[in-house]
Design a protein around this ligand. Structure first.
Ligand SMILES: CC(C)(COP(=O)(O)OP(=O)(O)OC[C@H]1O[C@@H](n2cnc3c(N)ncnc32)[C@H](O)[C@@H]1OP(=O)(O)O)[C@@H](O)C(=O)NCCC(=O)NCCS
Length: 230
């Protein structure tokens, strides 16, 4: 998505997984109860947990990264991003399985969406919508007032996702993608800290069934005792 995606995969080996148990990426596990099936034959909605990305997730993240991007990010690049401030990096899991991830970096009060990806077996089930909603929430906590991203002009699925979050095309970057020389569409969502955008985000979030389970996020600051809602 960003120019950073042009790094090679040479550093993608040697993950320690030292922070906790390994999580897996890839095909759906066989749940004991069958999942509901939609009329189009795809599995129905399932419980998705979104949490901050940790180093222990990187093996699974890189496995997805290699499947969905022609020039995948390296492990080192993800590690560097996780070490930096002003970043929001998230994973989506179904049970223990990492099914998608997303990342954003702040520059002044602009939130730059750096990556959103979902394992091919789990696409079209609202996983990216859930990730993007939490990514935007994270950006708002870091003081974002605008959001921006680049997307391949041919990637209509991603563009449709971003439009639902209020992103609109604002220009193009010629031959932005090194693998095939494709142009990037530059999209922006403005005034995301205002009440209209807050309403849009709430509507998107409440439309998600079942609701996203959020895990491992810092608790919201306590409401001051003299606050009207306290
Ligand atoms: C783009 C990408 C992240 C979207 O992920 P996703 O999880 O499939 O996205 P969602 O399921 O939230 O939304 C995709 C579509 O499925 C639909 N959908 C979601 N849940 C659904 C459900 N339960 N029933 C029916 N349709 C559903 C959404 O409405 C959306 O439809 P639209 O394309 O007509 O707007 C994914 O295709 C991907 O990883 N692509 C490769 C990497 C990439 O291109 N990333 C973006 C770089 S800019």
């Amino acid at each position: 998505m960003t120019g950073a995606a042009t790094t090679d995969l040479s550093g993608a080996t040697g993950l320690s997984g030292a922070e906790g148990p390994e999580v897996t990426a890839g095909p759906r596990p066989s749940p004991s109860a069958p999942e509901p099936v939609r009329v189009d034959g795809r599995p129905g909605p399932c419980t998705v947990t979104v949490s901050p990305m940790r180093r222990r997730h990187l093996r699974a993240v890189l496995d997805i990264e290699r499947q969905v991007y022609p020039r995948p990010w390296s492990a080192r690049l993800f590690e560097d991003e996780l070490d930096r401030t002003g970043r929001v990096y998230l994973v989506a899991r179904v049970g223990p399985t990492v099914v998608g991830y997303a990342g954003l970096l702040m520059i002044a009060d602009d939130g730059h969406v750096a990556t959103v990806a979902v394992h091919p077996d789990w696409q079209h089930r609202g996983v990216a919508t859930r990730l993007l909603a939490e990514l935007v929430e994270g950006a708002l906590r870091l003081g974002a007032n605008q959001l921006t991203l680049e997307v391949r002009v041919s990637n209509l699925t991603a563009q449709s996702l971003y439009r639902r979050f209020g992103f609109a095309p604002a220009g193009a970057r010629k031959a932005y993608y090194a693998d095939n020389g494709e142009d990037a569409l530059v999209m922006w969502a403005h005034e995301v800290s205002g009440p209209d955008y807050r309403r849009r985000l709430s509507e998107l979030e409440t439309s998600l069934r079942p609701p996203t389970v959020r895990q491992g996020f810092p608790a919201a600051p306590p409401v001051p005792s003299n606050h009207p809602s306290a």
